[in-house]
Design a binder for this molecule. Sequence first.
Ligand code: GRF
Length: 221
Amino acid sequence: MAQLKARLKAAILISGRGSNMQALIEACAQPGYPAEIVLVLANRADAAGIEFARRAGIATKIIPHKDFPDRESFEKALDQAIRDAGAELVCNAGFMRLFTPWFVRVWHNRQINIHPSLLPAFPGLHTHERAIEAGVRFTGCTVHFVREIMDSGPIIAQAAVPVLPGDDADILAARVLAAEHRLYPLALRLVAEGRAHVDGERVEFTAPVGTADAAILNPTN
Ligand code: GRF
């Protein structure tokens, strides 16, 4: 009998809306998808995404950062909850807390993040305002392994979207967000299948990416 391959267990960290979390949960519900979400963790009780996760039957936990005297003790609690859930990978999805070097080291190459720009351009906040201000013709989104410097780290996948005349930050954000919802599930799949390897702080793929992957990894669509 064919052996079923174990799916990678992932935890998602959110602070708010959770639309990327939702895209990951929906991808994981597809037959044959190589990852499963074992925990959605929020640092705010009012994170809207928590309700969606609960309704999807996913374990959720709220660990308010405000309940802790410092970042270290907050992160120890996060780390414990992630381990208790059996997660092997952490997916940041709009998680609005900076990590200490300790947490980043503990989850080295096992923590990924999505950022709404084509890194290394426009790390940090207000990416869409800054992209419009800079006059770039393309922006997009990036999924990368997390490193100590915010929004840096080996790039797993990117998708580009055009910046069009008349765009304001909200219009551009919506166009980028639609690309994020396609990109994050693809990137998680590449990691969960063990195909994305960090080599000298660049991600190399051990097996050729398929046509469907290439369509989104290649920023011309
Ligand atoms: C996304 O644009 C993500 O790239 C950024 O924060 C936003 C979170 O949105 N890190 P959502 O909570 O996933 O809807």
